[in-house]
Design a protein around this ligand. Structure first.
Ligand code: ADP
Ligand code: GLC
Length: 481
């Protein structure tokens, strides 16, 4: 079985959030267990080609968007440690020679994102038509690649396709004018399909209609999407219509990279059997963030895109009252300017208690996981969430809202069982009470804290099980052919 795995971001090459982690780890796990996989993503100019040994393989071509023909070239990572895994890249200076993947440094999306990802998808289709890519199954991810099956269908090419939706908030809306970038057959097909919303085209919706199966990244999020209409931001009816071919598979964690025993990005490695490194990392973290170190006071860490859905409204509402607790808080993230401004303001006013770094910083993200005692992730909704899974392995108890993948991975500490702190009502008072409870266990109940931490560190969310679930799904799709 040969899988073509297409994604807009792939770690370690390019990353904004969890999609990249998944696109880096799932194909590698599939390959390690014998499935042939090719990964394809754009070659953004910020990717260090020398470091990753990415070289052109001499395949070139061009695809048309409307009246304009755009050239491309294909490159490959020749350094891949896993011979069954091939990482391919689409080169085009005009579209991908920018600092960001989706947005400028100020957070504004590029105006031509529709063209940039239409282009990417058309290149993949072109390579399939020319027989350069010859997969048995295509696995596409999010709206950036959701149209591939639709494009193939209109060119009478039949390859079963799985669409994984990592977050239903982002759907890839495009206008009628932008649809002109597609081919004449594609426009005719869009017009002929009365189910498609022609006022406001939606790549994700088209993807769900045309692919053979759609899945999302946790079982609970999949149920929430079917049961609660607002969760899918307008796609509830489409999901209900196709519910027989919709499911949830929990993401895994790459424990070769997110594991305090082997993590190369933290100063002190540790494990549950040898925990001294954790305290040393806490000291290093405090120093790096210019906070006075005090081992009695828990550090609450956060690494996140700064967007409303991650719970920043709740956090900012109770920030003043959190300061009356014996805690220090460390935030790392970029995103909506208003959250950046408010977090900066709090950090300036209380430099001994709050640190905020407005940056994308991989080593700091690892140090926060390792050096914090608690990890704050009160997302309003969360398709899967990876940071709470990483936190468990680092013995950093997650504080999470009972939703989506957070509910599937963190169990509330009840004095005897559990691996973190979970609250159900999404409001700031409940969050504050939960943080109180977590601080109390940390400060006053050391035996409980040790047991909780042991449960957290022994939880196993490795990719093995999830990759097996994907392989089963691929086999089912092939069998239906
Ligand atoms: P989402 O994909 O919704 O952003 P996830 O929890 O699935 O949420 O994944 C987020 C990933 O992005 C994690 O690997 C996290 O460490 C990383 N990340 C987010 N913001 C930053 C940042 N500012 N610096 C470094 N890593 C970050
Ligand atoms: C999305 C979701 C996040 C998930 C990630 C990887 O960005 O917001 O919950 O973990 O994709 O699937």
């Amino acid at each position: 079985m040969k899988i073509l795995f297409a994604a807009a971001e792939v770690a370690p090459f390019s990353k904004v959030g969890g999609l990249a982690d998944v696109a880096g780890a799932l194909p590698a796990e599939l390959a390690a267990s014998g499935t042939g996989v090719q990964v394809v993503s754009p070659l953004y100019s910020f990717i260090n080609q020398q470091k990753h040994a990415i070289e052109s393989i001499g395949i070139t071509g061009s695809v048309r968007l409307g009246l304009t023909s755009h050239p491309f070239e294909i490159a490959k990572c020749v350094n891949s440690q896993e011979p069954r895994l091939e990482c391919l890249f689409v080169i085009n200076e005009y579209f991908y020679s920018r600092e960001g993947i989706y947005t400028r440094a100020d957070g504004e999306g590029f105006e031509d994102n529709t063209d940039r990802f239409f282009f990417f998808q058309k290149v993949i289709v072109d390579l399939i038509i020319r027989g350069i890519l010859n997969p048995d199954i295509i696995h596409v991810n999010d709206h950036h690649t959701a149209l591939i099956q639709f494009l193939l269908h209109n060119r009478k090419i039949d390859i079963p396709t799985l669409l994984t939706v990592h977050n239903f908030q982002y759907q890839g809306h495009f206008t009628v004018a932008e649809s002109g970038m597609l081919g004449p057959n594609d426009r005719a097909e869009l017009k002929a399909n009365s189910a498609v919303d022609m006022e406001n085209y939606n790549a994700l919706e088209i993807g769900i209609r045309y692919t053979q199966h759609t899945n999302t990244v946790s079982p609970t999020y999949a149920s929430e999407l079917l049961e609660q209409s607002p969760m899918s931001f307008g796609l509830h009816n489409v999901l209900l219509k196709y519910r027989e071919r919709f499911s949830g598979i929990l993401n895994g964690a790459d424990y070769t990279y997110w594991n305090p025993q082997v993590d190369q990005l933290i100063p002190f490695n540790y494990s549950h059997a040898a925990m001294t490194g954790k305290l040393e990392n806490k000291q290093a973290l405090a120093k790096r963030c210019n906070l006075p170190f005090n081992s009695d006071i828990p550090i609450i860490g956060s690494v996140s895109r700064l967007v409303e859905s991650k719970g920043f409204d709740l956090i900012l509402e109770i920030m003043g009252r959190l300061l009356s607790l014996p805690v220090q808080m460390i935030f790392l993230g970029t995103g909506q300017p208003e959250y950046q401004e408010q977090l900066s303001k709090w950090a300036r006013k209380y430099p001994d208690n709050i640190s905020f770094t407005a940056a994308y910083d991989e080593p700091q993200a690892h140090l926060i996981e390792a050096g914090s005692d608690l990890f704050l992730m009160p997302s309003r909704f969360e398709p899967c969430g990876l940071n709470q899974i990483y936190s468990l392995r680092y013995g950093t108890a997650p504080i999470v809202h009972f939703t989506g993948g957070l509910a599937d991975t963190v169990q509330n500490w009840d004095g005897n069982t559990g691996n973190g702190f979970v609250f159900d009502n999404y409001d700031s008072e409940t969050l504050l009470a939960t943080i109180h409870q977590a601080v109390n266990v940390y400060q006053n109940l050391p035996n409980q804290w040790n047991n909780l931490r042991e449960n957290a560190m022994s939880a196993d969310y490795s990719w093995e099980n999830s990759a097996a679930a994907y392989r089963k799904l691929y086999q089912q799709l092939l069998a239906k052919e």
